[in-house]
Ligand binder design. Structure first.
Ligand SMILES: Cc1ncc(COP(=O)(O)O)c(C=O)c1O
Length: 382
């Protein structure tokens, strides 16, 4: 067995990436103009079965635009999960609004039952507005983050949102390729807005980049307009709103087109890797069976935070990269004074989870080595 370094999650450039990027360079379309951007928008929209998609520079930029379009204004409040990457929450602050932190369920996604309990018991619904009794502020939206390729329970969430007049922003940055088996609906296409990320560790990458979709055509059109500096006249440079330089570049899109050709192959590889770990005796946290999941990231559960840290070190010493799940956002400095509601499971999982290598280009030998190293660690612990 070799002892080469096995990284956690790296891109897989085994398709037409170089050819398409070269073409964009040769044709000198490298910035926010160029045909590849629109092509990537069109194939993404077709794949997701939506009318239109807007390509942006990152998932974070996409989430910011979605929050703006959802009408999040200073002093509004947005319900968010605490167990997520900070980029899912920061856009709330970019809008000068406040997050309220919620717990997760056993699939690591927002606990919709607790969100309902919070809305019913801790808020009042007056004149079509959900008002937080504690802060007296208007709660306008929920950020539904689909963690690691699982999905938030969208049916009860959409019912809740309808009842309390909330916008639903799906953070599907980790869930491109995941859909509900019963109806084929893709993560990101059920709420008012859906945002995907093409960062280097995602199922497909454009280096950095993202895509936004929306339930209403007028919303996604306006998001595209805002992402391109809100330009109303290209010749005379007329801008009637404050816009952003958030549009994806043609270079990124060229890379994305090559990656998109392989998306289903990558989903299959992620599913096969997960299966192989399991067949080699490694018990990982499950993915929701009602989903065709992209199985983006794998979670190994330790007994406690000491064992978690020991395992990460043990793997590192054997040239296998692993990491704990994100530090809970409500415990981080910029958010430590924000409101939280009955956070229990997120603490449980934060203490115990170790993410193990999950790249689409892992070999059988890599998986066997990771599995055997995990077993070696566990047998020392008995
Ligand atoms: C849950 C979540 N939200 C938001 C983002 C931000 O996406 P990006 O890195 O493309 O800005 C990421 C990934 O990086 C993420 O994992």
């Amino acid at each position: 067995m070799t002892d080469k370094f096995i990284p956690l999650a790296v891109p897989n450039f085994s398709g037409n990436e170089l050819e398409y990027v070269k073409k964009a360079v040769k044709e000198a379309w490298v910035s926010t103009g160029g045909a590849e951007i629109q092509k990537l928008e069109e194939i993404t929209a077709k794949y997701l079965n939506v009318e239109m998609a807007a390509a942006v520079q990152s998932g974070t930029a996409g989430l910011h635009l979605a929050m703006l379009q959802a009408g999040i204004k200073p002093e509004d409040e947005v319900i968010v999960p605490t167990l997520t990457f900070i980029a899912a929450v920061n856009p709330v602050k970019y809008c000068f609004a406040q997050p309220i932190f919620m717990d997760c369920n056993d699939y690591l996604c927002l606990d919709v039952n607790k969100v309902r309990e919070f809305c019913e018991n801790e808020c009042k619904f007056i004149d079509g507005k959900l008002i937080n009794k504690k802060s007296n502020r208007h709660i306008k939206a929920v950020a539904a983050v689909h963690v690691f390729g699982n999905m938030v329970q969208m049916k009860p969430l959409m019912e809740l949102a309808k009842e309390f007049n909330l916008k639903v922003i799906e953070d599907a940055t980790e869930a491109l390729g995941t859909y509900e088996k019963s109806n084929g609906k893709h993560a990101g296409t059920i709420g008012d807005f859906g945002v995907y990320s093409f960062n280097g560790n995602k199922i497909i990458t454009t280096g950095g980049g993202g895509m936004v979709v929306a339930k209403n055509l007028s919303d996604i059109k306006h998001i595209k307009y805002l992402s391109t500096q809100a330009k109303d006249d290209v010749l005379y440079f007329v801008h009637n709103e404050i816009g952003y330089n958030y549009r994806m570049t043609n270079l990124q899109a060229a890379l994305g087109l090559a990656q998109f050709e392989q998306l289903e192959k990558f989903v299959e590889a992620k599913n096969n890797n997960y299966k192989k770990y399991t067949e080699n005796g490694i018990k990982l946290l499950p993915f929701d069976n009602s989903l065709r999941s992209n199985k983006w990231f794998y979670s190994f559960e330790c007994k406690n935070s000491n064992e978690r840290d020991e395992l990460i070190k043990f793997l590192q010493e054997r040239k296998i990269q692993a990491r704990p799940i994100w530090k809970l956002i409500h415990t981080l400095k910029p958010y430590e004074n924000c409101q939280t509601y009955k956070i229990e499971k997120a603490i449980y999982y934060y203490d115990k989870i170790v993410n193990i290598p999950c790249s689409t280009n892992l070999t059988e030998e890599d998986i066997l080595r990771v599995a055997q190293t995990l077993e070696e660690f566990c047998s020392c612990k008995i």
